[in-house]
Design a protein around this ligand. Sequence first.
Ligand code: PGA
Length: 239
Amino acid sequence: MINLDEFPSFFVANWKLNSNISFIDDYIKNLQTNTENCLVICPPSIYLNLVKTNSKNLFLGSQDVSMYDEGAYTGEVSVNMLVDNKVNFSIVGHSERRSYFNETNEKVLLKTNKLIEKSIIPIVCIGETLEQKEKKITKEVLRKQIQECIPKNANFKNTLIAYEPIWAIGTGLTPSVEQIDEVHAFIKNHDNKFNNFKILYGGSVKSSNSEEINKSKNVNGCLVGGASLNVNEFNKILV
Ligand code: PGA
């Protein structure tokens, strides 16, 4: 398994339902891997094999994993298939999966458990809606998501958490750096078990705000959607 402590920060490119073969060729040729940070590319699963990770800090991630191991589950990709394809990380519980594909905390828990058992690092996404933020119940929402999505065998060496406020995803809106740091500090300190967990921030990260966000004491990297689709923009975020 990857030793997460080797890297100062983590930058995860979540391509979602974007890219094609020529995009990938061009992207990998132009991606600047000369950084100490850990870079994780999460392409659509059909392209996992095309992203060549021939640099010591560049890894493959999937955008999801099945909660089933094998059998009659049309369209699914199992954890063993990810292992076969040398996938080291997997996003789980992304808000788009939760809202469009009925992914519940219970399912996220099952998936996270399977990934840990196979030494793939889950990147467990949590975050509040705008309504929850306005009602000032962000911390309660996050506490419940953490309790219900993160299994007992998870620890800071085998699991990453991504705080992604749903209202910030793809909207161009971001919390202030102070607000992000406060939420990350809450996640780390609400229970001693999480003190050393690495917490990534996601939601409208781009080159113009990534440096400031990533400088925060409790931020250990970023999960980047839209801005990761432009390799020149992503290169600026990685430094
Ligand atoms: P965004 O997406 O950077 O486009 O806001 C982040 C994510 O969905 O992980």
